[in-house]
Design a protein. Sequence first.
Length: 444
Amino acid sequence: MIQNPIVCKFGGSSMADAGQFRKVRDIVLSDPRRAVVAVSAPGKRSRDDVKLTDLLYAVHETASRGLDFSEPFGMIADRYLGIAADLGLKTDIARDLEEIRKKILADGKSLSASWVVSRGEYLSARLMAEFLGWEFVDAFDLIEINSLHRVTPEGYAKIGERLRRGERFLVPGFYARNAVGELETFSRGGSDITGAILANAVDASVYENWTDVSGLLMADPRIVDDPRPMPYVSYREIRELSYSGANVLHDESIAPCKAKSIPINIRNTNRPQDPGTVIGPHRKEETNGLVTGIAGRRNFSMIYIDKDMMNKERGFGARVMGILEGHGIPFEHAPTGIDSMSIIVDTAHLKPAQNEVLEAIERQLQPDKVRVFDELALVATVGHGMTGQVGVAARLFGALARRGISVRVIDQGSSEINIIIGVDNADYDETIRAIYEEFVGERG
Ligand code: ASP
């Protein structure tokens, strides 16, 4: 294989039908440096279509209860057979499907969901391998993950060695061999992780992640009219933004690339002429403007605890966190005062256990006051450009004040690349518009 190839991953919408397969082939063959391709299972062809992965989950669910799974299975078979026929492929996909069906029929109750669902990526990679005339390598034989779902340095070396023995490879995304030798899928959207692992293993010059949008936008287009694209965003910034709701890439796909400073280029299979967004190491020259992006999420709750002399009490915070941990509730932020502490959690996580949590706080910590405020939205304004700049916060709060938006929580990380504020759910859209307008441009 060539040195420092381009590794590509094509997502479900890029694999949805024969027409999309053709676009993928054109893209891949248009640059000889593209030598390793990971693919998803066929996704939706239109808004109300079904993803093959979802159909496979349905097959597993039905078969594990000993019921007839022929309907969802038939839909799956039709999709693959249709693609193969349209592209004139010879791979005996009908035989593969029949083997899979028989295996599910025989072992349906004991087969893991991972195995059944992984067949989506497996078959789509088989077809694409033939269509490109490239070598197929099964991810189960290639990628080993440990009990923490990570590839070890030896694991990376093995992948690199295997792939250097050939020229061009097609690999199914989404699954690997786990520490006990079984097939295991990653979490949903996990083909992104496969691509990132392969990029690391072969020291890719770039990891191209092909999807159905031309990269990231500076704000949610449902809220801001025609927001500007984000040409470059650092690994750190993207973590902050995607945590706050801007989702195009699986968050676990950053680390393998970051470890080797491999840029990730988000591209659009339907508009290959667009440059997309590059996610890479922080570079001063790429930082234009104070703010790189604005993202957020609604529906958080804030547990507010007030107790005189709290700051003198040892282990107060640890005990609060312990109570949340005991109920399996992850916390998002914990802005503190001298005698008060607020813990922000996802409302959906808190509600089922709210009474028990409050009782435990009362009992163990004997606060003066404890209250829960719901309907909180968090908005993150992110950008390396804000670091060390005077007056950024003043501008941000000024913009909100002018619109009469009251800020309920303020949290600026010490890294200064992120200002998170909490506002009422009802003010969420207006908050994002106000910040965008202040730092990026006029309202469209
Ligand atoms: N097909 C899988 C999913 O739908 C994995 C992927 O597409 O990345 O989640």
